[in-house]
Design a binder for this molecule. Structure first.
Ligand SMILES: Cc1ncc(COP(=O)(O)O)c(C=O)c1O
Length: 416
């Protein structure tokens, strides 16, 4: 197989650097590699094409939003129909009501929803609601848990000040005692506990909840009147359509959705229980674009389609096949590939070689048309077919062949 030429991407990137700080910012910027694609030209189903017309089977799914396949006909049709009828108007749209009804019907723990644009809008609103409902200051989060770019979530990055996160307490994942300790240290002052349904940090194997973890957390929250917030922005609709909490047997007070809710159209939601409805009404939460009707129509079509095709189970099955196939291909070259997290969002690591070799392997896959990242969980969609998987395994096999057997990499890594 010949490796892709990305010269058009590279020249566009040079132009971009003159007018956009960093050329490509944020999480898209982290994935920029000299020999990798940087700009897309089109997309369809499970694939995208870059500006050099290279084709990729996409296992990042736009970092999650693409769940039914790019350019999904039913979703696009609903969005276009609404766009033609009206999108951003001086009144709210009926589709906002229909979408809230659909979401509330589908997600068992919730009775209401408020819509916005990005997942981070929802997590910040969740913090406001928790504080408004309890009159308390502190929020507990899991260390390395990502909840968006609001200053209170930024862990001391450039431009933030210590006061931003003064009232945010970090505890390790899967550690009930740490929450108890935080409660003991700040009696009557913890407003909310926010966490993704399982731990999906970057650069580390992803970790599922230990048996009984969420039940114990729920009990502690109830006993101490702490608002339990599930950040389902990333995992939402890929584990269980009724809310990822259902898979783990507990009931949160608030659930944040984003990413996949509208199959790529800009929309996010905070949904919650009746007990918090008044607090959600009391806080001030709005945005110029929050009422765009076309993304709401897209979201409603997405949710209906997800239910129609039992999407979470479909993606779990595809993810299981992908994991097994990749592990087998890796093993045939002597590599020990570890897949962690849930099957629909697998995190991969080559365990018997160093991280440099792991990154080289990912680059070889990307350079042949399988879009993976070396440091982040992946995503599957309902559009990934068995034919995509077969083609993926062939490309990945070729990538390992180019890399050489694991034994050679291990020898290279050992200092003589
Ligand atoms: C778990 C989680 N929460 C919140 C966010 C923030 O969402 P957004 O980037 O749409 O603001 C993300 C984004 O990656 C996320 O993965």
């Amino acid at each position: 197989m010949t490796k892709y030429d990305v010269s058009t991407s590279n020249s566009l990137y040079e132009r971009a650097k003159a007018v956009i700080p960093g050329g490509i910012n944020g999480h898209y910027g982290f994935s920029v590699k000299k020999n990798g694609p940087k700009y897309f030209s089109r997309s369809e189903g499970s694939r995208f094409w870059d500006v050099d017309n290279n084709e990729f089977i996409d296992y990042m799914c736009a970092y999650g939003p693409m769940i039914l396949g790019y350019n999904h006909p039913a979703v696009d049709e609903a969005a276009l129909k609404q766009l033609k009828a009206g999108n951003t108007v001086s009144l709210a749209s009926p589709v906002m009501v229909e979408l809230a009804e659909t979401l509330v019907d589908m997600v068992t723990a919730v009775d209401w929803a408020l819509f916005s644009k990005n997942g981070g809008d929802g997590t910040s609103l969740a913090a406001l609601v928790a504080r408004a409902a309890t009159g308390r200051q502190k929020l507990v989060k899991v260390a390395e848990g990502y909840h968006g770019v609001a200053a209170w979530m930024q862990d001391g990055r450039a431009g933030t000040i210590p006061a931003d996160s003064e009232h945010v307490i970090q505890i390790p994942w899967n550690d009930v005692e740490a929450l108890q300790k935080a409660i003991d240290q700040h009696p009557g002052d913890i407003a909310g506990f926010i966490s993704s349904p399982y731990d999906h940090p970057v650069f580390r194997d992803n970790e599922l909840p230990a048996d009984g973890y969420w039940q114990k957390i729920e009990t502690l929250c109830r006993k101490n009147d702490i608002v339990l917030i599930v950040d389902d922005v990333r995992a939402g609709f890929r584990i269980n359509l009724a809310g990822s909490n259902v898979a783990y047997g507990f009931t949160p007070d608030l659930i944040c959705f984003g990413k996949a809710i509208a199959n790529g159209y800009p929309l996010a939601a905070l949904a919650g229980s009746d007990a918090l409805k008044q607090a959600a009404q009391d806080v001030y939460f709005t945005g110029t674009q929050f009422f765009n009707a076309a993304p709401m129509a897209a979201a409603r079509a997405t949710l209906l389609e997800l239910q129609k095709i039992d999407a979470a189970n479909v993606m779990t099955s595809i993810g299981n096949k992908l994991n097994k196939g990749l592990i087998d291909v890796a093993a045939s070259h002597g590599y020990d590939l570890v897949a962690s997290g849930v099957p629909a969002m697998p995190y991969y690591r080559l365990a018997n070689v160093d991280s440099k070799t792991h990154r080289m392997w990912i680059d070889e896959c990307v350079g042949r048309g399988v879009y993976l990242l070396s440091y982040h969980n992946h995503f599957v969609s309902t559009a990934h077919t068995d034919a995509d998987l077969q083609r993926t395994f062939e490309i990945v096999d070729d990538a390992f062949t180019t890399l050489g057997p694991a034994s050679a990499q291990i020898q290279k890594a050992v200092p003589s």
